[in-house]
Design a protein around this ligand. Structure first.
Ligand SMILES: [Zn+2]
Length: 449
């Protein structure tokens, strides 16, 4: 057994009781938290690794509920376009991704998440260019390399241009082929055990790139295999209008019809939702990955965060792919969600502690891991972020949670995932920068590889 003690800083546990200490400690044995308390840890027998959190805030590691890591190789395209125009420009670029460039992109994206306090991320991967190799495995191995926990969503698209969809035919799969590959991905990578570092979910991309048959069969498959379901829904007005035109139903009505509501489902965006749709999500326990920066970047709209929370919908935060959020940092989404909620609903719409809760407990609920992620409490996995707050950026802000949420993104002094160190003094695997430059050039066809 190896014991680690984090002490000397403020501790905000985000547990049910809202435990906070101005100065506290967290004791970790192997991959689990065993104690959280005030002041210094009691004297220990045997060897102990100590992490000095003096001048820092200690919180649970943040959880990102929606991402497309492959997009790290394609930032800065269609910078002023709305969703459909943006997708139309990017699909042919994405069609050039292969396993090598996807691995470099995912490694860079995961490093950026880690450097901004994220210990668990979902990744929605729906792009399988013909001849591109094992792109899904490339994302999983990147998470292992960087050291963060991954909920890898095996996505799919079967509606190419010739079927009235948006993507070129070269990046879509045949329905049966997609379902078989999805089942294989679950068999190969999904770990259902407590403490899992990799889980797999099933996630056809969206109703405008996927046939209704594939949506329906994917839901059946997920339930047969006991894994979760994820897709994009109700992101833009265009999508809603297309859904009404094509199916005579709103996106949430359509999802219900296809078996896509329930406590094992979380949906990306959920921007354009009526009161009835929100009530339905709440009643069925369907989660929402709220992606405020991406929604702003694409001008998709402002999610109805306050009504979603009032209806007890599980809501987590999502960075979304960096082709629509070039920053890709996790802690920034706390601030962004708070500003957007208050801009829309007034000063009481979201407290600073609510923003932190969305990015921890809310995310854990979306991913079905509220029992072991998202809080610092005995028995929880030792996913811990230590935020440096003693420099110029945060000087004079007495409430450390306000400093974290409202101030500049702090340096992560230490990040532990399952007790293992991922980040020290803001630094994660520096060799990733050159790899990312090469991968981006490759998909731009600059001929450097
Ligand atoms: Zn997305």
């Amino acid at each position: 057994m190896s014991r680690t003690i984090v002490e000397g800083g403020a501790v905000v546990a985000v547990d049910d009781a809202g435990t906070e200490f101005d100065e506290g400690h967290v004791v970790i044995d192997d991959d689990r938290v065993v104690a959280v308390g005030p002041g210094s840890a009691p004297p220990q027998d045997g060897p102990v690794r100590r992490i000095d959190a003096t001048g820092c805030l200690v919180t649970p590691g943040l959880i990102n509920t929606h991402h497309h890591l492959y997009q790290w190789a394609t930032r800065g395209y269609a910078v002023d376009a709305p969703l459909f125009g943006w997708l139309t420009e990017l699909y042919p670029v994405w069609a050039r991704l292969d396993a090598e460039s996807t691995h470099a992109a995912a490694s860079a994206g995961l490093a950026r998440l880690a450097a901004t306090g994220c210990t668990t991320t979902a990744d929605h991967h729906y792009l399988f260019p013909r001849g591109g190799g094992d792109v899904f495995g490339a994302v999983v191995s990147a998470a292992d390399r960087v050291g963060v926990r991954l909920h890898a969503v095996r996505g799919s698209m079967d509606r190419g241009r010739s079927q009235g969809g948006l993507p070129p035919d070269s990046v879509v799969e045949d329905r049966d082929e997609a379902l078989a590959a999805t089942q294989e991905a679950v068999a190969e990578f999904h770990d259902p055990a407590p403490g899992a570092r990799v889980r797999v979910a099933i996630g056809p991309c969206s109703p405008f790139t996927v046939s209704t048959e594939l949506m329906r069969e994917a839901a059946d498959l997920a339930r047969r295999l006991g894994v979760r379901l994820h897709t994009h829904l109700a992101e833009t007005v265009d999508e809603e209008q297309q859904c009404l035109r094509e199916f005579g139903r709103t996106p949430v009505e359509h999802a219900a019809e296809l078996g896509w509501l329930g406590p094992d489902v979380w949906l990306a965006h959920g921007v354009h939702l009526s009161d009835a749709a929100i009530a339905r999500l709440g009643a069925t326990g369907t989660g929402v990955a709220h992606c405020p920066s991406s929604n702003g970047r694409l001008g998709a709209g402002m999610a109805r965060l306050r009504p979603l929370l009032d209806a007890e919908v599980p809501v987590g935060l999502g960075v979304d792919g960096v082709a629509s959020n070039e920053s890709g940092g996790m802690v920034e989404e706390l601030r962004q969600s708070l500003l957007l909620a208050r801009a829309r609903y007034g000063p009481e719409a979201l407290a600073v502690r609510d923003a932190l809760r969305l990015a921890t407990r809310g995310g854990a609920r979306c991913l079905g891991r509220d029992d072991e992620l998202g809080a610092l409490r005995p028995g929880a996995l030792a996913d811990v972020a230590v935020w440096r707050l003693d420099g110029l950026d945060h000087a004079g802000i007495t409430d450390p949670v306000a400093a974290l949420v409202l101030g500049p993104p702090p340096t992560v002094a230490a990040l532990l995932c399952g007790g293992r160190t991922v980040v020290t003094d803001g630094a994660v695997a520096p060799e990733l920068t050159d790899e990312l430059r090469r991968a981006s050039a490759h998909v731009r066809q600059e001929g450097t590889r």
